[in-house]
Design a protein around this ligand. Structure first.
Ligand code: PMP
Length: 460
């Protein structure tokens, strides 16, 4: 065991030994020492109810006893062999995935992270089509490797802004307009896709998209959008890669988000919730497309017995405890509560959006700087009340609710009460889009009344 050093010392050590770009949430971040289902515990014994699940990762909760027992048993039995030998856990996992993946998607290539899964999917699309270029949505996020960062539209996660230029990526507008008409925005997005394909459709291998953008601010397209995208791409022989890395495994009230719209993409990428905390990822496709990856390719850790046994246990638990249905049902409760708050605090909350247990709350999104500051205030206040919420969005002004799918109705009710009190406190201070500051003729550049420390770095 490492000796206890405390949150301030950890921050100092991170500053000393991590890359300077490494970021975290909160002005005063907690040191987490233990997890149990939907709860995380601080070094000081404080219990936090987790409403972010490490960005949609802890699908079955933290240290879920059923999943952890299966992981531990596998660790003691057989830990690693690489796919050059035969083991049964990875084939069982592939079979289980084929049973839940849409349409005729039945083949899985296992790897270790979302970035790696998308990287593999993009390579596969190039090999299958013999074409080089990609289409991606503005403000999407697909990973941290060179190629996946190139198809990432979200500026803050494009470490090198020049990347997309190197990599033959065409971005089209996303089917969403802040404070505007989403139907119209989706029509514009589709028109841009149509024009691009008409002009040079034969150059593109694939379009990659998150069904519901996560880090981009929980952006849900109209139901007709992706069926139309798929139809247009099909006319030009361009594949659709569904990045279900955040949205997969029940997060949005369906096993996969694209299921809601009956869309079967050509390639589906999965990670995060599949391992509920243990790294496991895959890019999955049809027999025909999989045949195009026809040169030797293997992953040292992909499909290892421990990750595979864990993911099988996660699927068991999701199915056994009806977590997909639970996400839909509890998501409705969460949405209703957030909409109630939006009606009560219209100066602060500008939008409620999402599906299932993937909900976003736009905070003064019409005034991005103010919204980002208020989002930080709310995030900090909620942490102080024992609730860990996420934040995302282009302006970092969307509160993100993506809890473990084992969250309870009582947890949601408690969180909503706490959030109401934080919003009321902000309102009392005269904060919000239409409030005092605007009347006084401009956004305050001074520190927030609740922010003693300087604004804090980001997390993802
Ligand atoms: N795709 C999406 C939609 C993501 O949200 C992320 C990570 N936030 C990734 C890909 C990259 O996954 P990883 O960090 O596991 O490489």
């Amino acid at each position: 065991m490492t000796a206890f050093i405390g949150p301030e010392a950890i921050v100092k050590k991170r500053q000393e030994y991590f890359y300077p770009c490494t970021s975290y949430f909160y002005r005063k971040p907690p040191q987490l020492v233990r997890g149990s289902m939907q709860y995380l515990y601080g070094h000081d014994g404080v219990r936090y109810t987790d409403f972010y699940a490490g960005v949609s990762v802890a699908s079955c909760g933290h240290c879920n006893p059923y999943v952890a027992a299966k992981t531990a048993a596998q660790l003691r039995e057989l830990q690693h062999t690489c796919t050059i030998y035969l083991t049964e856990q990875n084939v069982e996992l592939a079979e289980r995935l084929a049973a839940v993946l849409p349409g005729d998607i039945s083949r899985s290539f296992f790897c270790n992270s979302g970035s790696e899964a998308n990287e593999g999917a993009l390579l596969l699309a190039r090999m299958h089509t013999g074409r080089r270029k990609f289409i991606a949505l503005e403000n999407g996020l697909h990973g941290r490797t060179y190629l996946t960062m190139s198809v990432t539209g979200l500026a803050m996660w494009r470490t090198d802004p020049e990347l997309a230029k190197d990599q033959d990526v065409a971005f089209i507008p996303r089917p969403f307009e802040q404070g505007g008409d989403n139907e119209a925005a989706a029509r514009r997005s589709l028109a841009a896709l149509e024009a691009l394909l008409a002009e040079r459709g034969s150059e593109f291998a694939a379009m990659i998209a998150e069904p519901i953008q996560g880090n981009g601010g929980i952006v849900v397209p109209p139901a007709w959008y992706f069926p139309e995208v798929k139809r247009l791409l099909g006319q030009h022989g361009v594949l659709l890669i569904a990045d279900e890395i955040q949205t997969g495994f029940g997060r949005t009230g369906r096993m996969f988000a694209m299921d809601r719209w009956n869309v079967t993409a050509d390639i589906v990428t999965v990670a995060k919730g599949l391992g509920s905390g243990i790294p496991v990822a895959a890019f999955c496709t049809t027999n025909e497309i999989a045949a195009s990856l026809n040169r030797p390719s293997a992953s040292t850790f992909g499909g290892n017995p421990v990750s595979s046994a864990t993911a099988i246990a996660v699927l068991d638990f999701i199915e056994g405890h009806r977590l997909v249905q639970r996400s839909e049902e509890l998501g409705a409760q969460l949405r209703e509560g957030l909409e109630r708050l939006a009606a009560e605090f219209p100066e602060i909350i500008t939008d409620v959006r999402g599906e299932g247990l993937m909900m976003g709350l736009g905070i003064s999104e019409d005034r991005p700087e103010l919204g980002a500051r208020l989002t930080d205030d709310l995030l900090e206040g909620m942490k102080n009340q024992g609730y860990l919420i996420g934040k995302n969005g282009v302006g970092r002004n969307v509160l993100a609710f993506q809890p473990p799918l084992v969250i309870s109705a009582a947890d949601i009710a408690g969180m909503l009460t706490a959030l109401a009190s934080e919003l009321a406190a902000l309102e009392e201070q005269g904060e919000g889009s239409g409030a005092k500051e605007a009347a006084a003729g401009g956004e305050s550049s001074g520190p927030s009344p609740t922010s003693a420390a300087p604004a804090n770095p980001e997390g993802r």
